[in-house]
Design a protein around this ligand. Structure first.
Ligand code: NAP
Ligand code: HSE
Length: 435
């Protein structure tokens, strides 16, 4: 159906962009392709008037006269109302965002590292200036997540948040699982599709998910959770053997971000590869898709899912924020939420209770299994299932154990003790389980 265009003259909102890579291009294309709908819904005429980039020679879909390598001139331009920071990294992005706010401009950013490390200070500055600082694209790509958490779910006492927060690693793990591809090949594909960070070790080693979980935790628990308070493990150690056993045992391997409030009020936040049972709602979230499950005291369980990375979904989140800011500009206000000032007390990972997967190689000797069972028993660790298979060399056996829920401190103590008994050749791998 063709809709008639808005004929009345609309107030102009002048926008400056910092960065025109994957996300910047996605947002720009959406503003062009859906121009009429965006005019109608924002009741403003959004004009991109300057675009800051680093390399003036790269071919771009934007008119050349909009481009500049002088990014400072954009954030200090008195005619610009809104800045889209889509360049990434801490600096110069941080300094430019701060200058933009001090110069009276609303800011929309997709920069999770900047928000995780300096979000409280920047939101406080925006509040003081009476300006918007919005960041829907920073977590979960195209999924509407930050706005519902800040607004519609704000009356809840959040109990737990758990999610797949990184599209690149979910894409890699899916390719490893379904196609048997090596990590490097799947990573190259994710980079070509525009999912990965400028430095993809941020994805593979879990930093990107750590920043995102720090942001979600801060909003969910109304206390500042800095990235250092989030335990982080990446996916580099995932071998084809773990993929094999995960399949055989009825699990998928996912890089999960999980945060919960412990009984003493401390916050336990962690990012690590997890074996997720096939019956779990996150097990079927594959490829570039992200999903976040949240439990609130009144709302109960809520699940958000969608494409977590890439030009179009992330561009969609940026444009959504821009429309929101334009509506606020029309009514002369800003819709910032109050950023907590109180620091969260981090809970030690050793206080976690979890189930575990463990693979080890032992010598095939009489009483070997009894010896291992005694170590587990002495550490309050109980076996729920076991599978053993001769390796056909030097009388060795590969054993996989599934462990009943126990304290992480006890499980780690049992691993330490197992490494010290002579029949254990090596502890090959272990992982936490989610049922
Ligand atoms: P990108 O493709 O690498 O684009 C970065 C853009 O910023 C480029 O246009 C680059 O200029 C410009 N830039 C970077 N440093 C600059 C500097 N010092 N001076 C001038 N220009 C500079 O990155 P992206 O994937 O679009 O990501 C941008 C931001 O969005 C990051 O914070 C990222 O974490 C976040 N994000 C990305 C995704 C995604 O799916 N990719 C999803 C959600 C959030 P040139 O073009 O000249 O190199
Ligand atoms: N590199 C990030 C990811 C981009 O793969 O999820 C989206 O934040």
């Amino acid at each position: 159906m063709t809709r008639t265009s808005v004929s009345e003259p609309l107030p102009v909102v002048r926008v400056g962009m910092l960065g025109f890579g994957t996300v910047g291009t996605g947002a720009f294309r959406m503003l062009q392709d859906n121009r009429e709908a965006i005019r109608r819904r924002s009741r403003t005429d959004i004009q991109i008037v300057k675009i800051g980039i680093r390399d003036a020679e790269k071919p771009r879909i934007a008119p050349k006269e909009l481009l500049t390598t002088d990014l400072r001139s954009i954030v200090t331009d008195p005619s610009i109302d809104v800045i889209l920071e889509l360049m990434g990294g801490l600096e110069p992005a941080g300094e430019l965002v701060e200058t933009a706010l001090r110069s009276g401009k609303h800011v929309i950013t997709a920069n999770k590292e900047l928000l995780a490390k300096h979000g409280s200070r920047l939101v406080a500055l925006a509040l003081k200036q009476g300006l918007d600082l919005q960041f829907e694209a920073a977590v979960g790509g195209g999924i509407p997540l930050i706005q519902p958490m800040k607004h519609q779910l704000a009356g809840n006492d959040v109990l737990k948040v758990m999610g797949i927060l990184n599209g690149t690693t979910n894409y890699i793990l899916t390719q490893m699982f379904e196609q048997g591809k090596p990590l490097e090949e799947a990573l190259a594909e994710a980079q070509a599709k525009g999912y990965a960070e400028a430095d993809p070790t941020n994805d593979v080693d879990g930093y990107d998910a750590q920043y995102k979980l720090a942001i979600l935790s801060t909003i969910a628990f109304d206390q500042v959770v800095p990235p250092e308070a989030v335990h982080r493990e990446g996916i580099r150690g995932i071998s084809t053997r773990e993929i094999h056993f995960a399949k055989q045992l009825g699990y998928r391997i996912k890089l999960l971000g999980i945060v919960e409030r412990m009984p003493d009020g401390a916050i336990l936040a962690r990012v690590h590869p997890t074996m997720v049972a096939l019956s779990h709602p996150l097990a079927s979230v594959n490829g570039v898709y992200n999903a976040v499950w949240l439990q609130g005291d009144f709302v109960g369980d809520v699940m958000f899912s969608g494409r977590g990375a890439g030009a179009d979904p992330t561009g969609s989140a940026v444009v959504g924020d821009l429309i929101d800011v334009c509506r606020n500009i029309r009514i002369g206000g800003a819709a910032n939420f109050v950023m907590p000032e109180e620091q969260a007390k981090p809970a030690p990972l050793e206080s976690l209770r979890s189930r575990y997967y463990l693979r080890m190689v032992i010598q095939d000797r009489p009483k070997a299994l009894g010896c291992i069972a005694t170590v587990f028993g002495n550490c309050n660790v109980s076996i729920s299932a076991m599978e053993a298979r001769p390796l056909g060399q030097r009388n060795l056996i590969e054993i996989v154990f599934l462990i009943h829920p126990c304290r992480e401190a006890d499980f780690l103590r049992s691993l330490k003790a197992l490494r010290n008994i002579h029949i254990v050749e090596n502890i090959s791998a272990w992982m936490r389980l989610e049922e």
